[in-house]
Design a protein around this ligand. Structure first.
Ligand code: SAM
Length: 159
């Protein structure tokens, strides 16, 4: 499969999973956390689906389209490993992490801290969506929407 095909499938999985969890997230109180704002595409998608929800976005710095940039009070800059710690216990209804790089050695370092952070920020019953596998006993893997191959994107519920 070409890198273009692989990229398209990953984004399709990302969108289909985010669409599939909307009804699961609605009854759960708490903000939505977006780890890895990037240019703001998934932030914009989340905003469309959760218009009344506080959505807090994180990135090293702000490089999103101006129309997809959160208000200053909901934008947290810096290394997520550190900046995320202040949000442990916030009781998020949904945490989405799109901070994989495709480089195994970099992603392995991210996986030394991301799973604990995801568990820490989520409310009980909260949903975790991630581009990297976040194996933790507190996170129950959920079935992916039809057509999404295992391992392309990851979906969990906080026990
Ligand atoms: N989902 C986004 C979108 O749809 O536009 C794209 C996210 S992009 C793939 C990943 C982003 O995460 C990059 O902007 C990068 O700067 C940020 N990022 C990755 N690791 C990070 C870390 N450890 N701390 C802060 N930001 C990080």
């Amino acid at each position: 499969m070409s890198r273009l095909d692989s990229f398209i499938r990953r984004l399709t999985a990302q969108r289909d999973i985010l669409n599939s969890i909307v009804d699961m997230v609605q009854p759960i109180e708490g903000p939505v956390l977006e780890f890895g704002l990037g240019n703001g595409r998934t932030y914009d998608h989340l905003r469309e689906h959760f218009p009344d929800r506080r959505i807090i976005a994180f990135d090293r710095d702000v490089r999103s389209y101006s129309s997809s940039t959160p208000p200053a009070e909901n934008m947290v800059t810096g290394e997520i490993r550190e900046s995320g710690q202040a949000f442990v216990g916030i009781g998020a209804a949904l945490a989405h992490a799109d901070i994989g790089t495709g480089h195994d050695e970099i992603d392995a370092v991210t996986l030394t801290w991301l799973p604990q952070l995801m568990v820490g920020v989520l409310a009980t019953g909260g949903i975790a969506v991630s581009g990297l596998p976040i194996e933790r006993p507190e996170l129950e893997p959920l079935p992916l929407p039809p057509g999404i191959k295992e391992g392309r994107y990851y979906l969990y519920r906080r026990r």
